[in-house]
Design a protein around this ligand. Structure first.
Ligand code: ADP
Ligand code: MG
Length: 663
């Protein structure tokens, strides 16, 4: 059902909803609050302290007075009768509230009470009398749409479609005595009390994690039962020949990973392997070797990258190292003609390796003889894509690379369908990146440190967080930082800017200039986060570093230190958080991820906020890890109990779930 079929939603509202990624009824009713205000009425008595915020219902007993103290500074005050006494209430900068405040009206004031002068300074006023505890949802909103409107839209949507699909099997719902999905969603938006709200959340979290683990376990299960897979005929000698062409010696972990892959190639089962390595540990070369082995066995390969910049980087690196293999590039920016040309060659087996972005997942991309698909920065793609890659053929081995090191136990669960090779060691000669926090008042020193590197001919990254909250004046946005940089470096060094709102071709142009050295300093939002390899860049500066999760900080820092040059990382922040000191004290991604899980501050999950597979609407893998484990168990059992349904014939997960649940 479309949004415009719901009462009260017109074209303007639809526009605003779209900005919040709400495009249909399902995404509307599942636009969950990110937190709740819990209001509990209290009393003024001898235990009331001047420090704590209290919530007092009562009646306005004097005509509210507005005084304009200064420009942009006003005060509304009135006398207020509570159950026990009469107090003087004032609230600042809310003159607009006054028209709703009349003598005799019952309202609830929230704020602090000073007994000595009988003054109550309100931070907020609820325009009704709070009788019992009330739980009020808070939503992320964008300008142009209010919480009230969203809440109303959701209410109307729920009324219009009183049936929501259940995701989990009935016997499981019964076993845990869960609420049904419809009631849970309703409760999430219109909580009746904290207890029921808890139950509703639990149901929706379980449901989300069940679906996730179901997909993973189904892939695992299918890979186990289909053993009519082709064996790639390869010898140790084939591998040695390839290794001889590589200009550096590989680390032990890299060699181990390659041997794992070779073993998989020669096995009757489909390879479904994840290379989990720290940033800069050299995963790419491992995948290149896999490609060469696969070619020796007589098959084509595909290498999928999340961005065009990365795809092009892989192309250049590959062709620099290995000449006798035919490589094609398939990315969105190609002309129709260029694309067709590539597709024809691919089908005629005139291309050994296709490197590209999402574009190559499309159905019209047909290979003559594909035997290996590799996904770089795997965490950026979803579980569904894991499947669509395998579908390219029954000779297709699949290899994933991920630079988000996560603790082993978590990896075993969320990558439960894959075998994992770990690359922990860094290539020989790499130095730890010297990391230091600077306060804003010391920004001059930081700028000098950056200039020291630029003077030597090296390049610099500067990262600024996006503006997320408008109230936060402290936040130095891109523009402010740009000013600091240009005032210091203008005329001396070339500065380039990169942010998410730019068109892809624009971004690529700036990025390429940086790679060529035409730009000395690259100012960017986190769009540079993934995979970029510029060896001459030796200093990374991150503004408002406290805003980023540990995983993101580590990823960002990993853009430097990619050669034997000593690199530096400057964290600009006025806050002394434990995360920042973890960064100062360690360069080890696996250790840092352990800390990340322990500290579990707000922020991103594994630093992969935009990732396809780990953006849950309500679940949090770390917080809800116990539920995740339960889902792992329950989905395994569910699959085993339904073997006779033969999952082999189903095309998509949803179909299976629907069918099994309704049968
Ligand atoms: P990541 O694991 O972050 O994807 P890359 O694969 O981009 O890292 O490798 C980082 C850099 O290290 C690349 O420039 C690569 O050529 C280089 N490299 C990889 N392995 C080695 C090695 N064993 N010795 C020296 N340099 C290496
Ligand atoms: Mg990489």
């Amino acid at each position: 059902m479309n949004l415009n079929e719901i009462k009260g939603i017109g074209p303007k509202t639809i526009e605003h909803l779209n900005k919040l990624n709400i495009y249909n009824i399902d995404s509307l009713i599942r636009y969950y609050p990110y937190r709740y205000n819990i209001f509990t009425p209290s009393k003024i008595d001898e235990t009331t302290s001047a420090e704590s915020t209290i919530i007092i219902p009562g009646k306005i007993v004097s005509e509210p007075k507005i005084s304009y103290i200064k420009r942009n500074f006003n005060k509304v005050s009135f006398q207020f009768e509570t159950e026990e006494t009469i107090i003087n209430v004032s609230i600042f900068n809310r003159a607009f509230l006054a028209r709703n405040l009349k003598v005799g009206k019952f309202v609830t004031v929230i704020g602090k009470y000073n007994k000595i002068n009988n003054q109550f300074v309100a931070a907020d006023i609820l325009l009704y009398k709070l009788i019992s505890t009330k739980v009020e949802p808070v939503y992320h909103i964008s300008s142009g749409i209010s919480v009230k409107t969203i809440s109303k839209c959701i209410m109307n949507a729920l009324e219009k479609c009183p049936h929501v699909r259940e995701v989990i099997p009935k016997y499981i719902n019964d076993k845990y005595k869960f609420l049904d999905t419809y009631s849970s969603i309703k409760e999430i938006h219109y909580p009746s009390n904290t207890n029921t709200l808890k139950q509703a959340r639990l149901k929706l979290i379980y449901e989300e994690l069940f679906e996730f683990m179901f997909k993973i376990n189904l892939i695992k299960y299918k890979n186990q039962i289909f053993d009519d897979f082709i064996i790639k005929e390869l010898t140790k000698n084939d591998l040695q020949e390839i290794l001889n062409k590589i200009p550096f010696s590989l680390t032990t972990d890299q060699i181990d990973a390659i041997n794992d892959i070779l073993k998989d190639f020669k096995n009757l089962k489909r390879m479904n392997r994840l290379i989990l390595g720290d940033v800069g540990s050299g995963k790419t070369i491992v995948s290149f070797i896999a490609i060469l082995l696969n070619k020796k066995a007589g098959f084509q390969s595909a290498l999928l990258a999340p961005t065009e910049v990365l795809a092009t980087q892989h192309l250049n690196n590959f062709t620099n190292l290995f000449k006798d293999i035919k490589v094609g590039l398939l990315v969105g920016s190609l002309t129709k003609k260029e694309k067709e040309n590539i597709l024809v060659k691919l089908k005629n087996n005139e291309i050994d390796l296709l490197i590209g972005t999402h574009a190559m997942l499309e159905d019209n991309v047909e290979f003559a003889n594909i035997g290996l698909v590799i996904t770089d920065e795997q965490h950026r793609f979803g579980v569904n894509q894991r499947k669509s890659l395998q579908n390219k053929g029954n000779k297709v081995d699949v290899l994933y690379m991920s630079a988000t090191p996560i603790p082993r136990t978590y990896a075993l669960t969320i990558y439960g369908d894959m075998d994992i090779s770990y690359i922990k060691e860094k290539p020989a000669g790499r130095k730890d990146i010297i990391t230091k926090q600077y306060k804003f008042k010391d920004i001059k020193k930081a700028v000098e440190t950056i200039e020291d590197e630029l003077k030597l001919g090296y390049q610099a990254y500067v990262v600024a967080p996006l503006i997320e909250s408008e109230e936060d004046n402290e936040l130095k946005d891109l523009k402010n930082i740009e000013e600091i940089l240009t005032s210091n470096f203008k005329g001396k060094y070339q500065i380039g800017t990169l942010h998410g709102k730019m068109k892809q071709v624009e971004k690529d142009r700036v990025m390429n200039k940086f790679k060529n050295g035409e730009i000395n300093l690259l100012l960017s939002t986190t769009v540079i986060e993934v995979g970029v390899d510029v060896k001459n860049a030796t200093i990374m500066t991150i503004f408002n570093a406290e805003r980023f999760g540990l995983a993101t900080l580590h990823q960002l820092r990993g853009r430097v230190g990619r050669s034997s040059l000593q690199s530096k990382c400057l964290l600009i922040s006025d806050k002394d958080t434990e995360r920042l000191s973890v960064m100062e004290n360690s360069n080890d991604g696996f250790y840092i991820s352990e800390c990340d899980f322990k500290l579990r501050g707000s922020g991103d999950l594994f630093g992969v906020k935009q990732s396809g597979e780990m953006t849950f609407k309500i679940a949090d893998i770390r917080r809800d890890y116990k539920i995740l484990l339960q889902c792992k168990k329950d989905t395994e059992e569910f699959i085993l109990n339904n073997i006779e349904t033969n999952f082999r014939d189903y095309e998509n997960f949803q179909e299976i779930l629907n069918d099994v649940i309704n049968s």
